[in-house]
Design a protein around this ligand. Structure first.
Ligand code: SF4
Ligand code: SF4
Length: 175
């Protein structure tokens, strides 16, 4: 148990290996037909690419690559609290961090399912099409999570309490 004062004094990024600084998540128009599904397969051939699908059926492409401003050794943002930090990072709220919730210390991400080539091969068999190539049904979010849960996907992240990120310090990693 902990109290408000103790919690408020802590950096919510404490111990987090910062997947937020190592991935780009870009919205993707949900596939509607055979070619849309094939386009995902095409993109997955490129290293460092995966797709994620939310419970609401929103698709995103993920590019796994480290931000050039990330100090990997210290696991902190090298430009935190300076004019060089993009506003996207400045205004991100780490207290409700979607990245940590879905990529750190999880076996199955709660808000998304993740697709790499191996998972795609299983997932694609559950999509139903009309004769004109349009999609008539995707597996539900729960079905897809169940279908994919035992197929490994990398990267995964683990909390590391040795990663110190003090509050209000110029080298804090808060995006
Ligand atoms: S914002 Fe903080 S808690 Fe969220 S992933 Fe980045 S380092 Fe981790
Ligand atoms: S917080 Fe810093 S290191 Fe992380 S993505 Fe933003 S600019 Fe890059």
């Amino acid at each position: 148990m902990t109290n408000f004062t103790e919690l408020a004094a802590k950096n919510p990024c404490e111990g987090c290996p910062a997947p937020c600084c190592q991935m780009q998540v870009l919205p993707w128009v949900p596939p509607k037909n055979l070619m849309g599904i094939d386009h995902i397969l095409f993109c997955l051939q490129f290293p460092g690419t995966e797709f994620i699908v939310s419970e609401a059926g929103e698709f995103s492409i993920v590019k796994w690559a480290m931000c050039s401003l990330f100090n990997e050794k210290k696991c902190i943002c090298s430009v935190h609290s300076t004019p060089k930090q993009p506003l996207t990072c400045v205004h991100f709220n780490p207290y409700q961090c979607w990245y940590k919730r879905n990529f750190v210390d999880v076996v199955t991400s709660p808000n998304i399912y993740r697709l790499n080539l191996e998972r795609y091969a299983v997932w694609v068999k559950k999509i139903e099409f009309n004769d004109d190539h349009t999609i008539t049904a995707f597996p539900s979010f729960q079905e897809a999570q169940e279908l994919l849960k035992d197929i490994p996907i990398e990267p995964t992240f683990k909390k590391d309490n040795s990663l110190k990120k003090a509050l209000n310090h110029e080298a804090v990693n808060v995006i």
